[in-house]
Write a new protein. Structure first.
Length: 264
């Protein structure tokens, strides 16, 4: 309850956003549509739908009005000097200062294209890509079911629609889509069939320990090394995180020298 009161108090002290429409006034205090939007964002996902309608927003306005009224009473009773309030405000101030300092520290840190390219050139082994296929499948309990379904597909029915209707596999709702995978990621019988299929061909029923599969490949990638263009974003993110950690470690080391730490 104390934390809830603190959150309310902090939100009430915030100034109205520029160009925000006022939806309620309590004395000199104002509630704007931006305040309502902010409160809506704070709600748990399962509750948001109930407050997005016009009636729901009015309910939020009423909640904010009630909080403002309680705030006014608390202010009149000198809760701005209440020991517990001041204690919680100090904790919040501590957390905000740490967060803002780190944000400011990180804002100055960048990764150049040259740094990313150097990392790529020195670590190409990390970017070797095995042969991959992109496939869909339909899983059946019996071979007869698989044969009948394949006949339907060869006569013009959509592979994806048949998968949604008949597949017993977990990918049924996605039309049997398995996305990209390497040969080693699948059981041998399935993998051998998938990697030997031509694009858009539908396999004969393939038996595995899970049942009987119909497979359709709709994409292939040859083995090779990923290009710098394809890996640049990931490399820059990795290097940025490394730089940020190094910078924080430097700051902590320096402050430790000025403020010795003893743990028990």
């Amino acid at each position: 309850m104390k934390k809830i009161v603190l959150v309310i108090l902090i939100s009430l002290m915030m100034l109205p956003a520029a160009n925000a429409a006022v939806v309620a006034k309590i004395g000199i205090l104002e509630i704007t549509d931006k305040d309502v939007d902010a409160r809506l964002k704070q709600l748990p996902p399962q509750y948001k739908a109930s407050y997005t309608s016009e009636a729901g927003r009015k309910m939020l306005v009423e909640q904010l009005v009630q909080e403002k009224l309680i705030y006014l009473r608390a202010r009149n009773e000198k809760y701005d000097t209440n020991a517990e309030v001041l204690k919680q405000l100090e904790k919040t101030k501590h957390r905000l200062m740490v967060g803002q300092y780190i944000n400011d520290l990180f804002e100055k840190i960048q990764v150049t294209e040259k740094e990313a390219k150097t990392y790529y050139d020195e670590n190409k082994a990390m970017f070797v890509q095995k042969e991959q296929v992109k496939a869909k499948h339909i899983l059946f309990k019996t071979q007869e079911e698989a044969v009948a379904a394949r006949d339907r597909i060869l006569k013009g029915e959509s592979f994806e629609d048949v998968a949604k209707e008949l597949s017993t596999g977990p990918s049924a709702s996605k039309g049997g889509d398995l996305g990209w995978f390497e040969k080693e990621k699948m059981v041998p019988a399935f993998a051998n069939s998938a990697f030997s299929l031509a694009i858009d061909a539908v396999s004969e029923p393939v038996k595995t320990q899970f049942g009987y599969h119909l497979i359709k490949v709709y994409g292939k990638k040859a083995a090779g090394t990923k290009s710098f263009a394809d890996t640049r974003a990931g490399i820059e993110e990795k290097l940025l995180v490394n730089k940020q950690k190094e910078r924080v470690d430097e700051v902590i080391k320096k402050v430790k020298e000025e403020n010795p730490v003893t743990t028990y």
